[in-house]
Design a protein around this ligand. Structure first.
Ligand SMILES: [Zn+2]
Length: 204
């Protein structure tokens, strides 16, 4: 503890962040306050800008500072391919890989009997509507890649989504092996993820 309630409260907020325990949070706060001009003030203005402009993209579910997001509005993105991911973190991981040129659709989680996540809790219905619409767009949507984790729940989700899209006349594919069983996409290195995406295979 620092003897300052304000500093302690900042440390507590920081310690809630993933990957930061109380010890790392104290070090981060100390670094920020020691370097007020070069670290703390730029951090405050960056946080404020994001807080003012942050939005969830109505089209794909990405989190961005504009709605529709930068990816959905980028004319260079290939409208013929759509990559379905569980979470925004997975979208960001694929973008870091830098090889996916299509657009995305974020489900917002995965089906889980254990956690009580049902199909209607995820963005599946909007995905079906989007695919139906995109089929008649120019150029038309041709392929949907189900890029979900190789966990039991991820695979259950992929099969459910594939069933919903089965009769819509698009190619359905999934990530190649190389995604470790039990693996969450966000934890894969970008190279593995890119390879798995390139070597994607049709869903049986
Ligand atoms: Zn978007």
């Amino acid at each position: 503890m620092s003897n300052s309630p304000d500093l302690d409260s900042l440390v507590q907020q920081m310690a809630k962040l993933p990957g930061l325990g109380p010890r790392s949070a104290r070090r981060a706060v100390l670094q920020l306050v020691k370097k007020k001009e070069s670290a703390l003030l730029p951090m405050i203005s960056a946080l404020q800008r994001v807080a003012d402009t942050m939005a969830t993209c109505e089209a794909c579910g990405n989190i961005d500072t504009q709605n529709p997001c930068h990816i959905c509005t980028d004319p260079r993105r290939d409208a013929r391919t759509l990559c379905v991911v569980e979470d925004v973190a997975d979208l960001w991981a694929l973008e870091r890989g830098g090889h996916w040129r299509g657009r995305y659709h974020v489900l917002g989680g995965k089906l889980s009997a254990l956690d009580g996540v049902r199909p209607e809790d995820l963005s599946i219905e909007p995905l079906v509507r989007r695919v139906v619409q995109a089929k008649t767009a120019s150029p038309p949507l041709e392929e949907v890649v189900l890029a979900v984790g190789a966990t039991l729940e991820g695979q259950t989700t992929a099969h459910y989504v594939a069933d919903q899209l089965a009769d819509l006349g698009v190619i359905l594919s999934t990530l190649a092996h190389g995604v470790p069983v039990g693996g969450e996409l966000d934890y894969l290195d970008e190279g593995t993820l890119t390879l798995a995406l390139r070597a994607r295979r049709p869903i049986e």
